[in-house]
Write a new protein. Sequence first.
Length: 739
Amino acid sequence: MALLRTLTLVVLLLVPAPRAPAGLADACVGDCDGDGMVAINELIAGVGIALGQQPVSTCANIDRNGDGAVTVEELIAAVRAALDGCPGSPTATPTDAPTAMPTATAAVTLTLTASATPTLPVTEVPSATAPATPTATAPPTLSATPSFTPTATATPFGAPTDLVVAIDGGDVRLVWNNPDPLGGFTQARVLRRLNAAVDGPDDAAAETVFSGAASNAAHPLLALLPNVPEDNRTYHYAVFACSAAGSCGADGAAATLTPTLPDVLRGGGYVIHWRHASADVCSDKTNLGTAANPIVPDWWKSCDANCPAPPGESTATARQLNDEGRDESVRIGQAFDILRLPVGRVLSSEFCRNVGTAELMDLGAPIEQLPSITFFVYDEANRCANSYELIAEAPAAGTNTAIIGHAGFPSPACPVIGTLAWGEAAIFKPDGAGGTPFVTRVSDDEWADLLPAGPSGLSAGIEATHVRLTWSNGPAYPRVRVLRRLNDAVAGPADPDATLVFSGVTDTLLDPVSNLLPGTPSEPRTYHYAVYGCVGSSCETVGTATFISPTLAQLLRAGGYTIFFRHASARLCADNTDLGTAANTTVPNWWKSCDATCPLPPDVTTATARQLSDVGRIEATSIGAAFAAQGFPVGRVISSEFCRAVQTAELADFGAPIEQSPAVTFFVYDEAGRCEATRVLLAERPTAGSNTAIISHSGNDCPPISGLSMGGAAIYRPNPGGGATFVTALNWEQWGTLP
């Protein structure tokens, strides 16, 4: 598609005295076809090259310095050649011309319409019989179409570019690029218009923001109103280049700005009137009188919430905030902290529910309790008028004013503030002349919708001994708060049922998997993580969330668990407990015997203890193979002294030396205390990055280990504060199928 535009090129020819011979500098610049003179079509070709619409090869002779581009100076040289003639041509000015010529200024204006492939009239300069020799009193005229007519003044050209408009604190700042002042435009004019583009430099519907010789400007943000549901507001800016005499070019650079409510409140100048937060505890006992004649002085200021039945025992005299109202107040205050909204003055009714709302908001200014906006007890008939008088007062520069009052005015109704819900705010902008333009309403939970975007893209994955959490931080929040909750989503940055994992500055976190338990068929476990952006102690309420369901294999691979095994299948021989205990035996260490000759014959035996069967050997070897394949690290192996337990440990080959412990040995030492001794070992934390294996016996009324089948295991996680948490139980075959 052809790109059409109109170009006006003004070439200022300064004719000094004396002039150097044309052949030294201008050498017939612009003589494209080499016929000894510069024609109009050749000038037009030069302009096309200068605009980038034609290649330099169209007229290589106009590129005097050979840099591949055509400059204004080269165009001027070509025009001189067109006016004065080329050196050596019949139209050239003789070299013996007078050495002093009057100084003159000539202007040549060329107006053309250019497209991707321009078609332009071609008119040659006058022949040698009609030379055009300029003089100080009679500037020559080239009869051509389009015509070049020297004039006494120049038409400015150029336009600003790259206008940028942004809010900076309490100001709106504008930056742009001005055209080259050599084009005649030395000034800039910036205009602003609401909800419509600026219609040129003299748009009567637009407001002038700046006029002067600069490439940047600023004006107070207070001049603008925010874009809100009630009124969509987009401000259109445009900058135009102008001459010192005040005439401006029609082309300018434009940009738009749509201020948000937080943007304008951050700049200050607004009054925010709240109705106190949710309060349905007790009721106002207006029968106790007004301030002028109270039955109970200051009854309205009471924060007593003792109002349950029986009524005769109630001591409360005024309605109080409920739990929801307290939460509302805190959330509003946190939103103001995060949004960095300055409050210079806080005005409150004297009722406890209002003062409590203001205190919990904690907006950073002392609370002024005012009778004029206090419900009922002072001047109820004029409370609306009193409130609007306060709303009309302009806040201190750079701050806003907060008012915590009531709704429910008597007839006639009070506009806007008379209909506010609990915790809802009406926002006004005093105009400085006593007016109170209404801006918008914001409910207690809508402040959270105004918060900037916080962290996003939270992901979680188990890497060796840790859960790696990564996310992208929101630029408005210098800190983050990371929480974790079991089997339920985190309910906000202050969730009392969640565990605080981290608070500080980072976008990557390692949470030790030792803090987690695996999800098992008997007890599914999913850990929910959430990250919230925070400013000081105030955090956004949305955050970014994810969850992870760690498997038993993942956590055993990281270490930190104790696995209690009952020895593998042992159905050979029997324990000869009649041989006594370690303290009183006729056969020392009979329980350690690995003799399995008991079957042949039954009446002649040397075996004294039950031994592993072939099936048991397979079970023990399979368990060890599964541990090796899964990469479960074992740093300590504790075994009963019975041969079947020691051999189970040997065949499993966990990779650590076997410690034979009397504490977990069946019968011969302290059978009554064996369960408790085992639990002490279960609570001992393994060395970092490893697990502990205990190979012992069942029995002894010590659930769940007392109920294990041969080769079965009970898995525990030692707790940081002592004791151990039972995780799950597995039979020997399940080790090879863990995910």
